[in-house]
Design a protein around this ligand. Sequence first.
Ligand SMILES: NC(=O)c1ccc[n+]([C@@H]2O[C@H](COP(=O)([O-])OP(=O)(O)OC[C@H]3O[C@@H](n4cnc5c(N)ncnc54)[C@H](OP(=O)(O)O)[C@@H]3O)[C@@H](O)[C@H]2O)c1
Length: 367
Amino acid sequence: MKAIGVFPGKPGSVHLAEAPAPTLDQVPNGRGVLVKVLRVGVDGTDKEINAAEYGAAPPGFDYLIIGHEGFGQVEAVGPNVTGLAPGDYVVATVRRPGHSIYDLIGTNDMTTDSTYYERGINLRHGYLTEFYVDDADFIVKVPKGLKDVGVLLEPTTVVEKGIFQAYEIQRRLKVWKPRKAAVMGAGTIGLLATLVLRLRGLDVTTFGRTAKPYLNASLVDDLGARYVSTKDISVGDAAQQFGPFDLILEATGNSGVVFDAMQALGKNGVLVLTSVTGGERKIEVPADKINLDFVLGNKVMVGSVNANREYFELGVRDMSQAELEYPGWLGRLLTDPVKGLENYQELFRKLTSPNGAIKVYCQVTES
Ligand SMILES: NC(=O)c1ccc[n+]([C@@H]2O[C@H](COP(=O)([O-])OP(=O)(O)OC[C@H]3O[C@@H](n4cnc5c(N)ncnc54)[C@H](OP(=O)(O)O)[C@@H]3O)[C@@H](O)[C@H]2O)c1
């Protein structure tokens, strides 16, 4: 069967691979689920794997099938699978268990191991192919009503985890009732964070660089949130005007913005960092002032990566609610479809020069 692969360690090696078709008996204990892939989203991680910044092939292969934002339909299930049947729409999680205590209790997104097993990223094949098989434990059912937007579930889980963790941490305050939130970044992750925070009833200010009018700003406005271009107002001034922010989620990909966010955070607030920054950026910051405000304001900053099954299930619930509260909004993120695995070069061209794209995805097959 066809697949989009890279040779890890070799920059620009994305190619159409011929991969062996998976079978149910590859999964032990009759727990296999065979999935026909319908759509797969791509993001900065795929770009970085093709640039050979990280990524590893599974044992026995010299290539890695990429793609971790999958969406598909169950083709067949093993004899010991319950709750899933052929025809169901599904999304598979990304990280597979390692060996730490966190992996053993199903929270492999919190692993302390140094090796990650991640489908489409490290040591496990991904979803940019025709079929895959996996243990039912890692397959999450998506309601039929979300079939046109189900490919957005994996990126949604990134913000679900970050926001859920923020609320968990703030139980320290006994009476925390957040009212105002900020989101740094209005790309796919920032927009989905804005959505989830609006669904939680918060007043949300979302920052980007591009000046209005443009699609991402309209999407923010249409959620009843506020888009602020840092070309018009600095983060500090906006915090004075629209804060104090009880919760900030940072998703710009720019580590410098973290320090702006630290200064914009209100007393007793929580700042969630999600940007994966592989560079070597160095900046000068007012360290004493930032530290003092954090100490005197009892503030928290936390990093958040990946997501376990719990956040996929939470994502399904929030996406369902989003379709009721903001009908059609999720679908507007799906700006750039590319038909067929064989058009992998176009997929990567759109990914590397986004030109206003929000979500680039491969339409592997029509359902
Ligand atoms: N933690 C995880 O598990 C996880 C998972 C997936 C992704 N991520 C990370 O999430 C981050 C965001 O991903 P994405 O796909 O949403 O990225 P994206 O599409 O590149 O969006 C980045 C957004 O940040 C804005 N921005 C960049 N620099 C800024 C600045 N100095 N001030 C204000 N806004 C700025 C951009 O605005 P303009 O377009 O107007 O310039 C854009 O709206 C990335 O760093 C990615 O690595 C993390």
